[in-house]
Write a protein that binds this ligand. Structure first.
Ligand code: ZN
Ligand code: ZN
Length: 431
């Protein structure tokens, strides 16, 4: 499909430049365990940066993560975790058991890099020509290793089990499925699952929302019987599809800057990114002797809107003069949606805010339009969980962590932030 991923990439990863937000100084003297977490995170920070740069220098594309996996396995084994490897390709699972029975929680990190000729912007650039960590999975893997390290140090204060899933091949959407198909959930049986992705928000902030974080995306195709001139039918179908869109062409919706606008953007309860249906490609018309085939990509903030669309369009067409002509209407492409569990999301935002200050953890009200999703969605179809966006930008230093963008770069301090916030989140659940 030509107008899917590459088209959608234009829209990915909105700049949620909430630059005025700084982590609150009100980090309170909460339970002792979080101070220990912060201390351990600070202690291992330099070594995690080292590991991250090693991943960055030696990136491996989807399906080729052999050396990356080996490094992960070695690190987890040194921590004393039970390690399973070659799950769904180069997938790795580390199991951290405490001495007490309790909740079973999974943390997932994706580990693959991207094939790209865009030159690297850092001094520790990729040594693997044509492959680069331009989506931040080197950071994701390092954060996960850091969480495993910190939690293994305090495991005597915890109960239950923590599973660390290192997933290959996220970029081609094959890794999560492959791991599941290869028996991942026969090895582990988590009750909750979490993951993060870097975003252009400032370092020190994480954000998410209950339910879907990204718009739903589907390609719809209508096939008509066409005996003679089809110009009227073509106009009718074009209109029918174009009228589905409820955002006007002159709306600030289309300006990426609006996503970060305090009034209209994602963080405001009255955001304009709350209830929308848009056409995400032109309406493609294909004619032959027999048939007229019409195709368009759509996205919607509410997945139910697209789910009921086939029925709705069928009904509308059946009441038109072209009711006899419709042969077939179907979705030819759909993506699995990242769907966050409501309660787990609310709990997570609250727990992280309580330890790291109100500004550390943001509840988004809007849904990122036409954003790319993540195959973490397949895990969420099995286990309730939450997908977080983690800020990696530092505007003062000119660092913007917009994944897949040519100048993609990360303030490595976010590694420490991620290790702290999410170690605290998991510890809070297993205390
Ligand atoms: Zn990516
Ligand atoms: Zn990614």
């Amino acid at each position: 499909m030509t107008f899917t991923r590459s088209f959608r990439l234009l829209f990915i990863w909105p700049l949620i430049l909430i630059s005025t937000l700084v982590i609150g100084q009100e980090q309170q003297q909460e339970a002792n365990i979080h101070q220990i977490i912060q201390q351990h995170s600070a202690e291992i920070f330099d070594s995690l940066v080292e590991i991250r740069r090693n991943f960055h220098r030696n990136p491996e594309a989807a399906g080729e993560e052999v050396k990356t996996s080996a490094k992960i396995i070695e690190y987890l084994q040194n921590l004393g975790l039970e390690v399973h490897q070659n799950i769904g390709g180069n997938g790795v699972v580390g199991i951290l058991k405490t001495n007490k029975k309790g909740k079973k929680i999974a943390w997932r990190a994706d580990i693959d890099a991207l094939k790209t000729d865009l030159p690297d912007v850092v001094s520790y650039e990729s040594k693997n020509k044509g492959v680069r960590h331009i989506c931040g999975h080197d950071i994701h893997a390092s954060v996960a290793l850091g969480i495993a390290n910190v939690l293994s140090k305090i495991k005597d204060q915890l109960s239950g089990t923590i599973y660390f899933i290192f997933q290959p091949a996220e970029e081609n959407w094959q890794g999560a499925k492959a791991m599941i198909d290869d028996g991942l959930f026969e090895i582990i049986d988590p009750e909750e699952i979490y993951a993060l992705h870097l975003s252009p928000m400032p370092e020190g902030i994480i954000a998410t929302r209950a339910k879907n974080l990204f718009a739903d995306y589907k390609v719809i195709q209508l096939k008509f019987d066409k005996k003679e001139d089809a110009s009227e039918l073509t106009n009718y179908v074009k209109n029918l599809l174009e009228n589905l869109q409820n955002v006007t062409n002159d709306s600030p919706f289309w300006d990426m800057q609006t996503l970060m606008d305090p009034e209209l953007g994602l963080i405001n309860p009255n955001t304009i990114f709350k209830d929308y249906v848009t056409l995400n490609s032109e309406v493609f018309i294909n004619e032959n002797e027999e048939n007229l085939i019409v195709k368009v990509a759509l996205s919607a903030s509410d997945p139910d809107k697209l789910n009921s669309l086939l029925k709705q369009l069928k009904s509308e067409i059946s009441h038109s003069e072209f009711s006899e002509k419709l042969i077939e209407i179907q979705f030819t492409e759909e993506i699995a949606l990242v769907l966050n569990d409501k309660k787990l999301t609310e709990d997570a935002i609250q727990q992280i805010s309580e330890v790291y200050g109100k500004q550390s953890s943001i509840n988004l009200h809007g849904i990122i339009p036409d954003g790319r999703s993540d195959d973490f969605a397949y895990f969420q179809q099995k286990i309730p969980g939450v997908y977080f966006l983690m800020g990696g930008s530092n505007y003062q230093k000119g660092i913007i962590s917009m994944p897949h963008s040519p100048n993609f770069n990360v303030d490595e301090n976010c590694i420490k932030t991620g290790v702290q916030y999410f170690s605290s989140l998991i510890a809070e659940k297993l205390k």
